[in-house]
Design a protein. Structure first.
Length: 257
């Protein structure tokens, strides 16, 4: 029997704020990380992903105090992404209270970093973050720096290589669908699912419960990361979990508060 699906709240951080855009562009402030994370935790979200949207751009990490504050009050797995470039960066994130790190830009620059991270901390700690931009039928390119930079790297080849290097989970964000609330890129998720056996998180495009249900039942996802539907309270976590349960999709019970 397949384990319960995980519903993950994604918080994109820029400076002191949580921001949201469309296609990773036009970012607007939607709240503060502390209150939003607390709300989602209280609502029963299964995990939280924090993405520093400018850490790779500026070569610095400002998100760790946010994680330290969250770890005192929030007792679900926390993933930190953005600006994770070295083993020391991972140590800092874990000491701050993170359970996992999401790596994109640094892994593209030096794929061996994934292997080094997995050897040091275990594959379960290492999430490959992929920003995927469609370039043609059945073809997507990896972007880095929160969608700002092209790489020329094919998404499907990359996820396969990354799993072989030790990535224990794959987070795929469709840049084309991100923030649109018009539904997921099912072709992308299915194609990645065929290439990897590790848990797969889909992100980018959720606008309602049916979008999430379709991705889970049709695309082979293990988890769905949502932002807009939670930030704008279109589908609060309890409502989305109820809709999934009604569709006979097993969901996790709320964490003990």
């Amino acid at each position: 029997m397949k384990p319960p699906i995980r519903l993950i709240a994604r918080l994109d951080i820029k400076g002191p704020n949580v921001v949201k855009g469309i296609h990773l562009e036009g970012l607007r402030v939607v709240g503060q990380p502390g209150p939003l994370a607390q709300r989602y935790y209280d609502d029963g979200v299964d995990e939280i992903i924090y993405m520093d949207t400018v850490a790779s751009l500026y070569g610095r990490n400002n998100i760790l105090p946010v994680i330290e504050n969250a770890a005192r009050e929030i007792f679900v797995p926390l993933t930190v992404g953005g600006g994770i470039r070295t083993i020391d960066d991972i140590v800092g994130a874990l000491r701050a209270g993170a359970d996992k790190v999401a790596i994109n830009t640094a892994a593209i620059a030096r794929p061996a970093f994934l292997k080094e991270a997995a050897n040091a901390f275990g594959s379960q700690c290492v999430v490959l973050s992929v920003e995927a931009k469609r370039r043609g039928p059945g073809h997507w390119e990896v972007l880095t720096d929160n969608g700002r930079e092209r790489t020329g790297v094919d998404v499907l080849q990359w996820v396969e290589e990354a799993e072989s290097l030790g990535a224990g989970e794959v987070l795929v964000t469709s840049v084309d669908a991100e923030g649109t609330r018009r539904g997921f890129d099912h072709e992308l998720f299915k194609a990645v699912r065929e290439k990897v056996s590790v848990p797969l998180i889909g992100c980018g495009g959720a606008g309602n419960a049916d979008h999430v249900i379709d991705a889970i039942t049709g695309d082979g996802l293990d988890a769905v990361a949502c932002a807009s539907v939670f930030h704008y309270t279109q589908w609060p976590v309890p409502d989305l979990k109820s809709a999934l349960a009604e569709a006979d999709i097993p969901v996790r019970p709320e964490a003990a508060q």
